[in-house]
Design a protein around this ligand. Sequence first.
Ligand code: DGJ
Length: 732
Amino acid sequence: MNKINSKGLLTGAIIALNVLCNVSFTKAQDVIIPIETKDNALVLQVTDEKLLNMVYFGSKLSEKNEYANIAKIYKFGGSIGTYNNAYTTAGTRNLMEPAIAVTHADGNKSLELKYINHTVTKINDDVSLLSISLKDSVYDFEVTLNYQTYYNEDVTEQWSVIKHHEKKDVVLNKYASANLCIRAGSYWLKHYHGDWVKEMTPEEEQLNHGIKTLDSKLGSRTDLFQPPVFMVSLNKSATEDEGEVMYGNLEWSGNFRIDFEVDPANNLRLIAGINNFAADYNLKAGVEFATPKFVYTLTNKGKGEASRNLQTWARKYKIVDGNGSRLTLLNNWESTYFDFNEEKLAGLLKDTKKLGVDLFLLDDGWFGNKYPRNGDHAGLGDWEANKAKLPHDIAFLTKEAKANDVKFGIWVEPEMVNPKSELYEKHPDWVIKQPQRPEIYMRNQLVLDLSNPKVQDFVFGIVDNLFVKNPDLAYIKWDCNSVIFNAYSAYEKNQSNFYTDYVLGLYKVLDRLRAKYPKVPLMLCSGGGGRVDYGALKYFTEYWPSDNTEPIERVFMQWEYSYFYPAITSSNHVTDWGKQPIKFRVDVAMMGKLGFDVVIGKLKPAELAFCQAAVNTYKQFSEEIWHGDQYRLQDPRENDVASIMYVDPAKTTAIMFNYLVNNRYGAGSNMPIRLKGLNPDKMYTISEVNVFPGTRSTITEATYTGKFLMTIGLNPDVRENRASVLIAVKGN
Ligand code: DGJ
């Protein structure tokens, strides 16, 4: 049991059950709140003026009493650095970027939050919640800061809950989820930009004084140009295995804003939350506004460890069925596009069986009657099966699937509408558009107004009806292909609430669906990876990283996604993109959740035999790929050969993926590649798997200690005509 000692220091193993700490202030700086995880501590300190400061974020100290000394040693730059830096307010003494800015009911814009008390709740052996209550002394306005720690994973989720009892609405002009103040010699930010088929393009830069902002104003498909993930290395750019590095991800599927301000005293102030652009939020008295969660991890062991922390946390606590299994599948998008009928689909269901995968996924184009969905210009919104293509409805397909002993899944894009649709004709007021301006389309479509509860019911109904009418339906791909132009809601009384309410409306729908269908696999797609974040992934089993399935591009893209998301969530489909042979394409897709989108009938017999065998090999190694620890061995941006491996939690089996990503003369694995994550004392037998029929492996099966494989390494012999090589590493 923890105790508050005479100095107000929270001692003991970090957590007590619902301890309410009401502290009396007798002398300066007498409350220290360390938030500890396995290796780290984030330390908050309350000053004698009851201001709350973050004084430390780094490796845990062995003597907890010493946390009280940190602020004396670190120089934060006097009042610049330590004025309420745990959640910086606006309109009083702070002149740095605020985490929160408000307009009170009387029009006044000042806020100064003071510490009232804190509680610590132990949720289970791993998870604890620290809630700190802060209040303004002039206005009846309060904020609770929440820090939920995942001890063994070294992960924290932080968010705030805002409430007031003023006479009228208070306008939240800025309402961040988290504010961190970090102290290091220098800061190196790695972040991402992109576009359609160019997702997760990395950039790294040293942060200089001033503010660097990562943000999105796209409304929906929010991550099209920039996702809400980043890493910050402290003192020097971290490598895979060395250096202090923090990863962050805002769990929000709408406009986000993450500010990195290096202040005049050289502190890094990180503020992450909903983007306040055109989004002043009107908050009624007595209503609690909970910001989205900001999740982060810190390690001093490099980027690899940080990613394994997040991946383990995500599988255990965030994504749906993270410790479960996934369905391999055959998708028809690139093999048919909109051009199919019952006969063609019945053939594809047979191909699904022939290939040996679990499920057939019917993509876009199956709906719309007055305005048939025969292209992307019509039909979105009219979710009845098209009578010409599917005269016997979806039931025909679930029945055929059953006859072939495979499962059936379907594509929807329920948040969207084509102007050429019955839905648009019937409910023009459900559509986001400016009443007096021309409509602006992305992919010939508009976005439905999910801030409107009637639209929420409609969107829920689309998916619910599919399941009710087709109880054997086993999978949904949920797409979202448009950003929000002309942001205006016919429903909202206050337009500035719209962007935030849109996302809250989407989450309400997904909450309802998950309450009714807790485990059914859902793929999160947004014209590629336009909506990959942990706010959405809470409801999904997997995501679609990009429409770009060119396999060399995919090696780079999947590499970058892997820093933040576990392989089990990455839907990788084998398609006809690129010039690489089928073996290369399948090998790359096997690094995550395997699927196919090729015409099976066009495969040569050896290619089909290879694919069938690969599906079996994939199933043999799914424990390592889905639930194992992932180690990036050689970065494609720095080497001719990219290499990545997965080890099962017991370190008994591993699989190593190697790809040639440079076609210059002589490029290949000229040096052995060191493995990671094995048991040094264990013997492992290595052999090549996924060998193409009619070719011979150049790898001789041999047995080595884990120590040997991790010190000397092994050479997968990757070169021009062995451009992708998979090595099985099996413990004896
Ligand atoms: C965009 C997705 O990213 C594709 O995979 C496909 O589902 C199309 N939409 C269908 O319109």
